[in-house]
Design a protein around this ligand. Structure first.
Ligand SMILES: [Zn+2]
Length: 376
């Protein structure tokens, strides 16, 4: 009898600490998942990721199904074997990139037709194709295809897309084979939609819970709404989700926003921020954010963050890192990415410890002040 996929270990207020057990190992929550769009977290090798404290890597179905293609990934042994990331992985449905990257032609009940952004070919992404591709890629957590309205959307449009997402979820449940193409368990998450309409959010959450899925994601946020609006959605949705299942807030990734969301009962996050910001020389530290192009760092022998034990901070000065960035050296981006990911993973580990010791509220208040401080 395999371990339960998710086990809730402790709560502190509404904040939670838990444990995900997959066929590729365990991940502790609260959890930040690194985004590895094209089958790689840009500029960082798998052993460097692991040493930075990353436990789960996310792959993008849209990118991988177009290049190198799901058949090729499967022929190379699946996403884990191909990338040599041996820990847990999650793949998204591909839908988000169809809506944001591809030239979307139309969405019908069948699926989304789009021109792929590489060669302009016409493509159709259906719930069944998304499941087939994710089955071939072989991630431990797979996401339903959902219909996302263009913003701003009327209530009617938001309601239509939310209910279509539920119908697509049912097709995903039917289409997903019992095991990945590599013979491993895959856990399908549904996605709560409904925009900023709380009645629709509640309807979506109740319908998903009625389907008794392995986990629940909250989508359609981090798309330009205010923090208050996001918090209102979380306030409505998380109490409707079962305590014994994991909750994943998609695409939210400023440290202060994750701290607030953990306080409202969220367990899992993914975001391109720590990696994308690193490539644009923005660093997150326990004392606020640093812009490494700033000339003030040019002769600074201090590490990025005196409280950080990552490979970058243990070895390199701000002055050298700034030099690498200014010279356009690849190593600069790699070292900043390692630091940012280590900082995010460390933030989650500290949040988890605070939950285990039932002091999350005070921890979140103090840490929010630190991460939003104006760095010297
Ligand atoms: Zn560091």
């Amino acid at each position: 009898m395999p371990d339960a996929f998710f086990r809730l270990e402790a709560v502190s207020g509404r904040a939670r600490a838990g444990r995900l057990t997959t066929d590729h190992g365990v991940a502790l929550t609260p959890l930040f998942m690194a985004v590895g769009t094209q089958g790689t977290v840009k500029g960082v090798a798998p052993d460097q990721l692991a040493r930075a404290g990353i436990t789960v890597v996310l792959g993008n179905t849209y990118h991988l199904m177009l290049r190198p293609g799901a058949d090729t990934v499967q022929a190379l042994g699946g996403l884990h074997a191909m990338t040599r990331w041996n820990g847990p992985m999650l793949t998204d449905s591909g839908g988000f990139q169809v809506f944001s990257l591809g030239e979307l032609n139309q969405v019908t009940e069948e699926g989304c037709t789009f021109k792929n952004h590489l060669d302009g070919r016409d493509e159709l992404l259906t719930p069944e194709r998304s499941m087939q591709v994710q089955h071939q890629l072989g991630a431990d957590v797979v996401m339903q295809l959902d219909d996302v309205p263009a913003l701003p959307a009327t209530r009617e449009r938001t309601a239509d897309t939310m209910r279509r997402s539920l119908r697509w979820l049912d097709r995903c449940v039917t289409a997903l084979p019992a095991r990945s193409a590599q013979g491993r368990r895959q856990h399908l998450f549904g996605i709560v939609q409904g925009g900023l309409d709380m009645d629709l959010r509640a309807e979506s959450a109740r319908e998903l819970v009625a389907r008794d899925l392995p986990g629940y994601a909250i989508g359609g946020l981090s798309v330009g709404e205010t923090k208050e609006q996001m918090n209102t959605v979380l306030d409505v949705v998380t109490p409707l989700l079962p305590a014994e299942k994991p909750r994943y807030l998609m695409g939210v990734g400023f440290p202060e926003d994750m701290l607030a969301a953990i306080g409202m009962g969220i367990d899992m996050f993914d975001c391109v921020l720590p990696t994308r910001c690193a490539r644009h020389s923005l660093v997150f530290t326990s004392r606020g954010r640093l812009r490494m192009k700033n000339a003030a760092h040019s002769a600074d022998s201090a590490p990025l963050d005196p409280d950080c034990s990552c490979y970058t901070c243990a070895n390199f000065s701000r002055g050298y890192l700034r030099h690498l960035i200014m010279a356009g050296e690849m190593l600069g981006m790699t070292l900043l990415t390692i630091h940012n990911l280590h900082f995010y993973a460390g933030l989650m580990a500290q949040a988890r410890q605070a939950v285990l010791e039932d002091r999350y509220e005070g921890f979140a208040r103090d840490m929010t002040a630190c991460v939003t401080a104006k760095a010297p």
